[in-house]
Design a protein around this ligand. Sequence first.
Ligand code: NAP
Length: 307
Amino acid sequence: MKQDYDVIILGGGPAGYSAALYTVRAGFSTLVIERMAAGGQMNETTQIDNYPGFSEGIDGFSLGMKMQEGARRFGAETKYAQVTAVSLEGKVKRIDTDGGSFTARAVIIATGAGHRHLGLAHEAELVGRGVGYCAACDGQFYRDKTVAVVGGGNSAAADALVLSRIAKKVYLIHRRDSLRATKVYHKPLEKADNVEFVWNSAVEELHFQEKLTGITLRDLHTGDARRLELDGLFISIGREPATELFRRQLELDDQGYIVAGERTETNLRGVFAAGDVRTKEVRQIITAASDGAVAAHYAEEYLNDAQ
Ligand code: NAP
């Protein structure tokens, strides 16, 4: 594997591989550096029905592999490694990983954002077996079942509303006594007779037998604990962008996302941010893929100008 590329893309999700497809087809040598497996957050989703072109839907892992293969077909390379340091300021950008160092003239950051986790014992191993982070993706597996949503923001409110139309019963568990979600969600949630608010409460323990069977809840005012039998638990407590490595070089917003407009340009020339890692309103697979194409376009423009 060579060390020097025209474009290095950090992150092999939909933004990363769509950017790679475009830069490599434009004739620029392209390396994608991915930590785990192609697909990024899509790998957390068993069934994706909202990405066009797959009339029967597709699982996230397969879609990630297809995106990678599509870019590889035209010559995009992938290095599986953990990025340990970046130097983005000069004309030649340097990326250090636990598998060697690489340089490029342009860098597209597509490291995405992850769901914030509760950090409970067994939470990770129960993902896809009763624990989920996206009701729009996995809600349909809980038709006529009993589920709970944790959180009090717009995501939790939207998830609870989606689930109220699918599940038999939805508990909305929040650590405060009111939602921080915008008012537009309050009335429909109060009107849904299968939604029950559980205020001032925290999930303390997950119970399972192969799949989730219930949770222990702690009342934060009284200190009392009680058990709730559940088929599904959706954790909707916000997201965290993967931007720690860029903190000193790139402008981030107050939530840690890379500040970049619709042209995906960051405060540094030759450095672009695409997908969920960028400041934006809508974070979906299709908007990430779209961002990748846009970032590739402006990276190509930058590389042509810089030649
Ligand atoms: P958010 O607004 O940051 O809300 C996170 C919620 O989770 C808060 O209620 C917070 O409680 C709670 N929380 C955080 N950490 C927790 C923990 N460890 N244990 C228990 N609860 C915890 O995140 P979000 O709801 O995912 O929304 C993210 C962004 O997307 C927001 O800007 C939101 O407006 C936007 N969004 C918009 C829409 C829409 O407009 N339709 C839909 C979805 C998302 P506290 O209240 O106590 O802090």
